[in-house]
Design a protein. Structure first.
Length: 239
């Protein structure tokens, strides 16, 4: 039983570490970007295949009938942990790829892109969750968490590899909890993870609004915040 549940962790984490190795060689930026897409796309394709098979129900049944079943809301909060790590690291290390305002622009666009794709698929597929509630596919929590984790990775992979990879621990835990809480199928989590990684890598590759700097002559501070009561998070900008 433990092996079944751990397969999700192993699949995602192995994919992410392999993703790190895939971009180490001396490729052009376009080649590195194309190679970085292989594994998140594979996660998405795997999730779609699982969605169409009986393994989805079998896996969920095994998890829910074991001691691994959970009933917690902690996944509502740890999905934002990679974003909190990103801005905390900016305050402590200041060795990120981009300055804070560009990070914020890229992260906001990545979050919007992920949300549009996830919500569009939810409304289109109309798949019922394991607990009977609607709009299961794909997992929004997982997509959001992997968006933040990938942003953290792309900003700090060259200066602090341990920090860069740490966000994926939180995002993987978020995905697992969505399953053990009986809120999502395995397929939902795999596709959600793929969407989050792809959306963020695409935005960081394009680096949109790079020249938009309305606060160039002003002092600006940006702080993350989490509203525990409303289960949401955001950014606070102080001028």
């Amino acid at each position: 039983m433990i092996k079944l549940t751990c397969c999700l962790l192993v699949l995602i984490q192995t994919s992410l570490f392999a993703q790190v190795d895939s971009v180490k060689k001396d490729f052009t930026p376009k080649q590195r970007f194309a190679k970085s897409m292989i594994l998140p796309v594979s996660l998405g394709v795997t999730g779609i295949i699982v969605k169409e098979t009986d393994f989805r129900e079998y896996f969920q049944q095994k998890v829910q009938s074991s001691n691994l079943r959970t009933n917690t809301k902690i996944d509502n909060y740890i999905q934002y942990a990679p974003i909190a790590e990103l801005y905390t690291a900016d305050l402590v290390f200041s060795k990120s790829k981009n300055e804070v305002f560009q990070q914020t622009k890229n992260l906001a666009i990545s979050e919007i892109l992920t949300a549009i794709i996830v919500q569009g698929l939810k409304k289109t597929t109309k798949i019922t969750r394991p607990n009977g509630s609607p709009f299961s596919f794909p997992s929004g929590h997982t997509g959001q968490s992997f968006t933040g984790a990938t942003a953290l990775y792309l900003e700090y992979k060259d200066s602090n590899k341990l920090l860069a990879l740490s966000g994926y621990g939180f995002s993987t835990a978020t995905g697992i909890l969505r399953i053990t809480n009986n809120r999502h199928w395995l397929s939902d989590v795999l596709v959600g993870a793929g969407i989050g990684i792809i959306s963020t890598r695409l935005v960081w590759y394009v680096n949109p609004l790079e020249n938009w700097k309305p606060f160039k002559s002003k002092k600006i501070a940006i702080y993350p915040y989490v509203n525990g009561l409303a289960s949401n998070a955001g950014l606070c900008m102080v001028f």
